[in-house]
Design a protein around this ligand. Structure first.
Ligand code: 6GU
Length: 225
């Protein structure tokens, strides 16, 4: 998968994909993330990419021209399966959307700033609008980082048995069960006996039961019958 990200703040996206699972995905050649400075397509020599909004009101709007030029130029190298605009009024990200996006080949992400981007770009280029939750960030960059991570780890071949997404919270609309490691007794706090029983069937059943219990307590809204 190839992901291009358009932003006026590439500095914010310099290192999030150079560690842990995202690094491994890139090292394995399964994911490539390229961050592009939108000012490269600025409308003048001062790097202008935004202007006051028609109709009045505070806050700048990112102009059509730099975005359209960037999208057209980047689009010559690869045909985008999705052009995603990160915005608080987009569809709220969830695991199902991430699963779907993880199967795409080329994705372009556009980070908004200030009051956002000229709506004509949303109308004519953007194929999907995503929000990462019901709160407001200063810009789309951190949301793009969240989206890349969420999608990237789901790309077939990125995770191995040890890091498998199969047991993630939300994968089956259930939260993950509690986990424990050594020692078996920490200052009198004991690991549940069943996990030491060696009975894999019983352990799997126990974990499933714990998942249901946790989901009932913490996220009844995602529980199906
Ligand atoms: Cl995608 N962008 C901004 N600016 N704020 C957000 C968001 C995105 N998702 C939640 N809040």
């Amino acid at each position: 998968m190839h992901i291009d990200i358009l932003t006026v703040l590439p500095e914010l996206l310099q290192s999030p994909f150079e560690h842990s699972i995202m690094k491994r995905a890139q090292d394995k050649g399964l994911l490539k993330v390229q961050v592009h400075q939108l000012r490269k397509w600025a409308v003048n020599e001062y790097g202008m990419v935004d202007d006051y909004q028609y109709g009045g009101g505070a806050g700048m709007v990112i102009m059509c021209e730099p975005l359209a030029k960037a999208i057209e130029e980047l689009g010559k190298d690869r045909k985008y399966d999705e052009i995603i605009y990160l915005t608080p009024d987009g569809e709220r990200l969830n695991q199902k959307i991430a699963n779907t996006l993880s199967l795409k080949g080329n994705i372009l992400m556009i980070c908004g700033h200030y009051k956002g981007i000229d709506d004509r770009i949303r109308e004519h280029y953007v194929t999907k609008e995503i929000s990462i939750g019901d709160y407001v960030l200063s810009g789309g960059e951190l949301a793009a980082a969240v989206l890349v991570d969420t999608i990237g780890r789901l790309i077939p071949g990125v995770l191995n048995d040890e890091t498998s997404a199969l047991f993630d919270s939300f994968q089956d609309d259930l939260l993950a069960p509690p986990v424990y490691t050594r020692p078996v007794d920490y200052n009198g706090w004991k690991v549940p006996d069943i996990l030491m029983s060696g009975d894999h069937k019983k352990i799997a059943d126990w974990r499933h039961e714990q998942s249901i219990q946790r989901t009932k307590e913490r996220r009844p809204d995602i529980l199906k019958d």
